[in-house]
Every structure is written in C-alpha cells, then in structure tokens.
Write a protein of this length. Sequence first.
Length: 278
Amino acid sequence: MAKKSEASRHGFRIPDVLLNVEDISIVFGGLRAVSNFSCRLKKGELVGLIGPNGAGKTTVFNMLSGVYTPTEGEILFTDKNGRTVQVHNRKPHQLAKLGIARTFQNIRLFGNLSVLDNVLIAIHMQRRIGPLDAIFRTPAFYRDDERLRKKAVELLELFRIADKQDESASNLPYGEQRKLEIARALATDPALLLLDEPAAGMNPQETRELMELISFIRKRFDLTILLIEHDMKLVMGICERLIVLDYGRVIATGVPEEIRDNPAVIKAYLGEEAMIDA
C-alpha cells in the first residue's frame, strides 16, 4: 500500500498553504535526478531554491510546472477558487490556468513578435467572452480586447518597457528580455510564480533593479514566489526562507542567516564559483 502523504492525512486544509510538495522524485533511465523533494509554500512567501550547478533545481521546477511528471510523490496546489488539486500529473497549460506560471533559465520569448504581442498571447487566458463573440467579432469582443490590451500595456509600464511595445522582442537588450519574460508570466494572473535564474546575465545595476522589482510585484500582485538563483547577494537580500539542494536531495532549509552558516551548505559549495560568503 502506498504511503499516505502528510497532506492527505491532514486533508491539506492548513490555512494559507498554497503549494504542498510531498516526496517527489524523478528517474531518467538509471539516474535518480531528484530524490524525495518536499516543501510547503505559504501564500505570500518568497522562497529561494539554491544549490551548486547540477543539483537538480531546474528539474524540480520542471516537475512543479508540468514539464516533467514525477516518478514518485505528489504535488498539491490550492487554486484560485480555494480548491485543493493534484498537479503532478497535469500539463503546463493546465497549470497556467490553475494559477502557476514560470520563467526559464534560457529566455523563451517569441522573438519575431512584438513586445506587446508577447504579453497579449499570455493575457488572452483572461478573456471573458464566449466563442460566438470571438467568431462574429461582437461589440463585447472588442470591449474585452481593449480591456486586455490596456492590462498588457500596464504590465509593460510596470517593467519600464512600454515605450518599446512595438519593437520585436528579439531586439530588446538582454536585461529587458528578462523583464519581458516575467511580465508575460504575470499576464496569466498567477498565484504562484516560479522564477528560474531571473538575474542570469544581468549586470550589477540590473540585478539591483530586479531585486526591487521582484519585491514590488510580490506585494502588488499578492504573489507567492519560488526563486532559483546563483546570485547569493540577491537571494540573501530578498528571500525569507531558503531550500538547498545537492545531488538531487534537500540538504538544508531555513532562513538566510541559518543557511549562510550551515556546514552542509558550505561543504556543498566548496569549489563552486557561487560559494556563499561566510
């Protein structure tokens, strides 16, 4: 008989818990890439997932976002209607509708489309019209279209790239492409935002601005954020809690001050460029 998860035993009725991950693992061939990963995210938290290169961080994100299906374990999520649903067996587009959005380590914009169109593609999930309105282009269709366009422009203004809304996304500087990818994720109206190395490739000034932006959008959109990042200054500066992975296993959890001085974490980072300063 399969072991009954903690979430199942308690009915997952714990106040303010948005995501409950119970002992998920994934095996590729004979390789166990992630083993018995568990975490619980409360609504409004900003949590960092860190570890040396190859520790399994992006693989965890891929399981949380539906790219991979865990070999073992379960993932439970409280959707926008307050229902608890299993999400470990759902596709990315289904999770987006439930309220889970993500960015990628390698930017995945539609480079040939305009900056505005990249956001509009995502924001169309929020349409309030029926299929007949869309087919016959009724007044309701145009009103809804204008509403969504206005909302998309507001997101671009928030990220200070509205003045480039008509440019091709591929023409944006690297740092602004990062911002656009986050804006596109926000356009799906998520409750949980997964950010995979959002500061990768940014200069120090862009990283500082990103720190402020992440803190701002978290409050503005009432988000729960799980963040993968190698920039320890960024992680230590904005995350309330950290989860540390090494060789696919959790080796430590706690507030930044505890993680900074944890011997197991220091050992895991020895020889790594991203080693945490003591």
